[in-house]
Write a protein that binds this ligand. Structure first.
Ligand SMILES: [Zn+2]
Length: 225
């Protein structure tokens, strides 16, 4: 049976948001989508880009995968590359002007990598997928026995950095960025606090997205970022 939560939610959408945005939907259907911003986010149900950025239909091109990872450019014909296909579509067909890699706190994929978790199934899809962030972990050095939350946060941020570097391995991305026609950004959403940090491209430091942000979680008040 189709979940009642979804049919109820759809009813609310039909009576509410669809009513108020019907002309926008009609225009988007007639003229096609032209989002200027692409977001690469995590599958995490708490980190929905459309909700966090209060986006209207047609505004954001979103691809979500485990731990918001951009793989390196690998034009081999033997593998399926879902995220790379979405990137190709966003960059080459839709000509997005911005790509945002949106990391987040308490990421289960990052934790699975850091804990070297047992495979969830014989295919070990998560383990193999998350192995891509090994260079980010190596950049942090050995994992401390204490300060686990602090380490995971550093790994979450370093993983965003790695994805930004991987983005630049895609020739279509690199050329447009170097010509100033597209920008790539790193961001990080703290779930419990609602804080959004945005990476300063000049310094590499993740800074508050807006001046009047909610306060940091207590355990991070004494640290940078
Ligand atoms: Zn996640």
């Amino acid at each position: 049976m189709f979940p009642t939560r979804l049919s109820d939610g759809y009813r609310a959408f039909l009576d509410g948001r669809f009513q108020s945005e019907q002309s926008r939907y009609e225009t988007l259907a007639d003229t096609g989508q032209k989002p200027e911003i692409m977001v690469i986010g995590c599958v995490d149900s708490r980190v929905s880009p459309e909700v966090i950025f209060d986006a209207a239909p047609g505004e954001l091109l979103v691809v979500r995968n485990v731990a918001n990872i951009v793989p390196r450019y690998e034009p081999d014909r033997d593998s399926q590359h879902g995220t790379s296909a979405a990137l190709e579509f966003g960059v080459q067909a839709l000509r997005v002007k911005h790509i945002v890699v949106l990391g987040h706190a308490r990421c289960g994929g990052i934790r699975a990598f850091a804990d070297d978790s047992e495979p969830l199934s014989p295919g070990d899809f998560i383990g193999r997928w998350m192995s891509q962030i090994a260079p980010a972990a190596e950049s942090l050095g050995p994992k401390p026995a204490d300060l686990e939350r602090e380490y995971l946060r550093k790994l979450e941020l370093a993983s965003v950095e790695l994805s930004l570097r991987n983005l630049m391995t895609f020739p279509c991305v690199r050329i447009l960025v170097e010509r100033g026609k597209m920008q790539i950004h790193g961001a990080y959403f703290g779930i419990s606090t609602g804080r959004l940090l945005v990476r300063d491209p000049a310094t590499g430091v993740f800074e508050p997205a807006v001046a009047d942000m909610p306060p940091r979680a207590p355990m991070f008040r004494a640290t940078a970022g």
